[in-house]
Design a protein around this ligand. Structure first.
Ligand SMILES: N[C@@H](CCC(=O)N[C@@H](CS)C(=O)NCC(=O)O)C(=O)O
Length: 316
């Protein structure tokens, strides 16, 4: 197990790669004086239980403001080449939680029917992150998103917003990327840059090119009598492009065979299409992927019909 991270600098994040068994991250007070950086925050890949050298890199992403420090069984000066498979890690943290990033349970401000909230709920479920929901009813009391209290959390007056690790994040894709960078397992952005670009392309197509056009505030502007046609037009025009893109990027899911951020955008958008009675017959790839996604536990538990604020008549 290596003691020193290999650091690669990307545009927004640094990626630390470590080979061998799951690295252990220790709080600052326990670290040896010659380890790298101030190491203010820590996490461990819970799925990297393998103690097999050469099983491939674990990638840990971090924001630029944070420095991660980790070391292996022989301390910070050990090197990957000297790693002996099966060596036990020192465990000064025995019995203490490994992840120290979280200050209390994350709180998700969500509305059961909001497709953007559903994206984040799926990410939380996939990454097995326990959280509390605070419901923000977008229609009650003229829209609870307009309350002063909520505006102080998200000045855009939209759900979702996530309070986590001492900060509040709005914008579903920013939230998902934060979760990806701080809780990287399972991966929602592929390692391969080309696939990653495809994931972002599909996500942005939906999150910027479709959903905003059929969002509640826009529909209000369009007026009651035109809403349905307007929303159908926005969705079909986006789905025409999406179907074509997915025909070359998709495997079982939007990009290849791994669930990615693109899928977190797709299923909620198809649910919106259903709500607006869009005929999905011209979109066999979208429909097939959606069906596979809805069979997954994380999509099931986070579904709008199973939320704390789902009205009884819409509960499944
Ligand atoms: N780009 C934002 C969009 C958020 C958004 O549009 N949220 C909708 C619900 S899905 C909302 O809160 N609408 C309230 C309104 O339009 O007043 C994101 O991805 O989080």
């Amino acid at each position: 197990m290596l003691g020193r991270p290999l650091a690669f600098t990307g545009t927004e994040t640094q990626i630390l790669t470590c080979w061998g068994p799951a690295p252990r991250f220790y709080p600052a007070q326990n670290r040896s004086p010659d380890v790298l950086g101030p190491a203010p925050r820590f996490y461990q890949d819970p799925n990297r239980s393998s103690d097999v050298l050469g099983a491939g890199p674990s990638l840990f992403t971090q924001t630029q403001t944070e420095v991660l420090t980790f070391w292996g069984p022989t301390g910070p000066k050990s090197s990957p080449s000297r790693r002996v498979a099966g060596t036990k890690l020192p465990d000064p943290e025995r019995g203490r939680p490994q992840r120290e990033m979280q200050v209390g349970k994350p709180i998700l401000y969500s509305y059961f029917r909001s497709s953007c909230s559903w994206r984040v709920r799926i990410a939380l479920a996939l990454k097995n992150i326990d959280y509390e929901t605070i419901a923000v009813n977008l229609t009650k009391d003229g829209g609870q998103q307009f309350s002063e209290e909520f505006q102080s959390l998200n000045p855009m007056k939209q759900v979702p917003a996530l309070k986590i690790d001492g900060i509040t994040i709005g914008q579903s894709l920013a939230i998902i990327e934060y979760l990806e960078e701080t809780r990287p397992t399972p991966r929602l952005l592929p390692r391969d840059p080309k696939k990653r670009a495809q994931v972002r392309m599909v996500s942005d197509l939906i999150a910027s090119g479709i959903q905003p056009l059929q969002n509640l505030s826009v529909l209000k502007q369009v007026g009651q009598e035109n809403q349905l046609t307007w929303a159908q037009q926005a969705i079909t025009s986006g789905f025409n492009a999406l179907e074509q893109i997915l025909q070359s990027s998709a495997g079982r899911y939007c990009v290849g065979d791994e669930v990615s951020m693109a899928d977190l955008c797709l299923a909620p958008q198809v649910a919106n299409a259903d709500r607006f009675k869009v005929d999905l017959t011209p979109y066999p790839t979208i429909s097939r992927i959606n069906k596979s996604l809805l069979a997954l536990e994380a999509f099931h538990v986070s579904h709008p019909c199973r939320q704390p604020d789902t009205p009884p008549e819409l509960r499944a």
